[in-house]
Ligand binder design. Structure first.
Ligand SMILES: Nc1nc2c(ncn2[C@@H]2O[C@H](COP(=O)(O)OP(=O)(O)O)[C@@H](O)[C@H]2O)c(=O)[nH]1
Ligand SMILES: [Mg+2]
Ligand SMILES: [Zn+2]
Length: 381
C-alpha cells in the first residue's frame, strides 16, 4: 500500500444491489458475485428487504463526484503499461499504449463492479493502465487487460436512461466547424457548441471553413464578436489551402473532437491535414434520417504529428449536453459579468425587470444576436 492508500468501503453498481433476496444466496453469489476470487466482505439486509452489498477494497479515493467515490485500485505498476483507449466495442477496447503497440483489451472485473454513476466503465479517450497478457505472438494485435482508469476530465457525454454515458473522455479541444456558405452559417449552433465546450471544460476552436466562397470582410461582424471573447478562430478553405497549416498546428498533440453540421467540410479538412485518413466526404449524415437510432461508437484517430481526432459521425446525438437552464448564462462569457446586476438571484434574463443582462443589451454592452441566441437556448431547454 502506498502512503495515500486507504481502505475504502464501496457500494457495488445498482444492478447488483437492487436484487430482491429470493432465498438462494449461493446461486446469487455464483451468478453475480465477484470475479478474481475476491471474497464478499459484507452483506446486509436493509429494511426494505433489499440485498445491499458493500465491500472494502484497498485503493485511493480520488474524487467524490455524483455521490460516487471514484476509486483508484492499487495495481502493480511495474507490470503495467500506460495507454489511451481508441475505441470501445461492447466488452472489448482497443488501446494504444506507450510501447506504440495496440492492445485488444478486456476490462478487469472489479472495475466493472464499482459504482461510478456512469453507464459505461470505459470510454474512448480514457487514459488507462494495461496489463499485457501473454500471447502466442501471432498477428500484430496484442492482448491485455485494463486494470486502472485514470480520473477523467473533459467528458463529452449524453444522458442515457438517467445515467451519464460518456462518449469521449479527456477531450482537450472542441473543434467547431462552420461553413460560411453551403450550408449557411447558423450562429445559434456556434453558441450551443460553445456552451457545450464551456460545460465540458475543453478549449473551443471556431473554424470558419469554405472561406473561398465569400469575401472575408462579410464575416467580420460575426467572427469579431467571438474574437473579442477570446475564442480561437480559424479561417480555412480546403479548396485554396488557406488556414490549413494553422489548423494542423492547433490540433497537434491534443485530443480533439470535431463537430459541426453535416456538409460543412469536417471530413475534407481532416483529409487535408492528414491525407492518409482517406475519410469519405460529401456523405449525408444519418442523423437526418428520421427514426434511426444508431449510435456509432466514437473512435480516436491518431494523428501523425501527435494527438488524436474524433470525427463526429461517431457522435450523432450531439444535441446531448445535459446543461440545465440555470447554468447557461454562466457559460456565455459575455453575459456572465452582467448577471450580478439582476434584481432576482434566479433571474432567467428573459422577462424579469430589472435585469442586468437586458440592461447591458440596451446599453450596447452586449451583442444583441448573442443575447437572442441565449434566449433561444433557454427556451429550448
Ligand atoms: N468550396 C469549398 N467546398 C468545400 C470545402 N470544404 C469542403 N467542401 C465541400 O463540402 C462538401 C461536404 O464536405 P464534407 O467534408 O463531406 O463535410 P462533412 O459532412 O462536414 O464531413 C464536399 O462536397 C466538399 O468538397 C471548402 O473549403 N471550400
Ligand atoms: Mg464527414
Ligand atoms: Zn437578469
Amino acid at each position: 500500500m502506498n502512503k495515500n492508500s486507504r481502505k475504502v468501503r464501496t457500494q457495488l453498481k445498482k444492478g447488483h444491489q437492487g436484487r430482491q433476496r429470493k432465498g438462494d444466496l449461493t446461486r446469487e453469489y455464483r451468478e453475480h458475485g465477484f470475479k478474481e476470487g475476491h471474497t464478499l466482505n459484507d452483506e446486509r439486509l436493509s429494511g426494505k428487504g433489499e440485498l445491499t452489498r458493500h465491500r472494502t477494497v484497498i485503493g485511493t479515493a480520488v474524487s467524490e463526484e455524483h455521490d460516487a467515490i471514484q476509486l483508484q485500485l492499487e495495481i502493480d505498476e511495474s507490470r503495467c503499461i500506460r495507454g489511451r483507449v481508441l475505441s470501445v466495442h461492447g466488452l472489448e477496447c482497443l488501446v494504444t499504449a506507450e510501447d506504440s503497440k495496440t492492445y485488444r483489451c478486456t476490462v478487469r472485473g472489479l472495475l466493472k463492479n464499482l459504482t461510478t454513476g456512469q453507464r459505461n466503465v470505459v470510454a474512448a479517450g480514457d487514459l488507462v493502465f494495461v496489463r499485457p497478457e501473454l500471447t502466442t505472438d501471432a498477428g500484430d494485435l496484442n492482448e491485455g487487460m485494463i486494470v486502472r482508469i485514470e480520473p477523467r476530465y473533459g467528458c463529452i457525454s449524453r444522458t442515457s436512461k438517467g445515467q451519464q454515458h460518456v462518449m469521449v473522455a479527456n477531450v482537450d479541444q472542441l473543434v467547431i466547424v462552420i461553413s460560411v456558405l453551403e450550408p449557411e452559417i447558423k450562429p445559434n449552433l456556434i453558441d450551443r457548441f460553445l456552451v457545450t465546450a464551456e460545460k465540458v471544460g475543453c478549449h473551443p476552436i471556431i473554424c470558419f471553413n469554405k472561406v473561398d466562397l465569400i469575401d472575408l470582410a462579410e464575416l467580420q461582424p460575426l467572427a469579431g464578436v467571438y474574437g473579442q471573447l477570446g475564442y480561437t478562430i480559424l479561417f480555412t478553405s480546403v479548396e485554396t489551402g488557406q488556414g490549413i497549416s494553422q489548423l494542423k498546428s492547433v490540433v497537434k498533440g491534443k485530443q480533439n473532437v470535431v463537430v459541426g453540421q453535416s456538409g460543412v467540410g469536417k471530413s475534407s479538412l481532416l483529409n487535408r491535414i492528414q491525407p492518409s485518413l482517406n475519410l469519405r466526404t460529401n456523405t449525408v449524415s444519418r442523423d437526418n434520417q428520421k427514426g434511426r437510432h444508431t449510435t456509432t461508437a466514437a473512435t480516436l484517430i491518431p494523428l501523425e504529428q501527435g494527438g488524436y481526432i474524433v470525427d463526429t459521425p461517431g457522435i450523432r446525438q450531439f444535441q446531448l449536453w445535459d446543461v440545465i437552464a440555470e447554468e447557461v448564462a454562466g457559460f456565455f462569457r459575455d453575459i456572465r459579468p452582467f448577471v450580478n446586476n439582476c434584481k432576482f438571484p434566479d433571474c432567467t434574463h428573459l422577462h424579469e425587470f430589472p435585469c442586468g443582462v437586458k440592461q447591458a443589451v440596451a446599453d450596447g454592452l452586449l451583442d444583441l444576436r448573442r443575447y437572442e441566441s441565449y434566449c433561444q437556448i433557454q427556451t429550448d431547454l
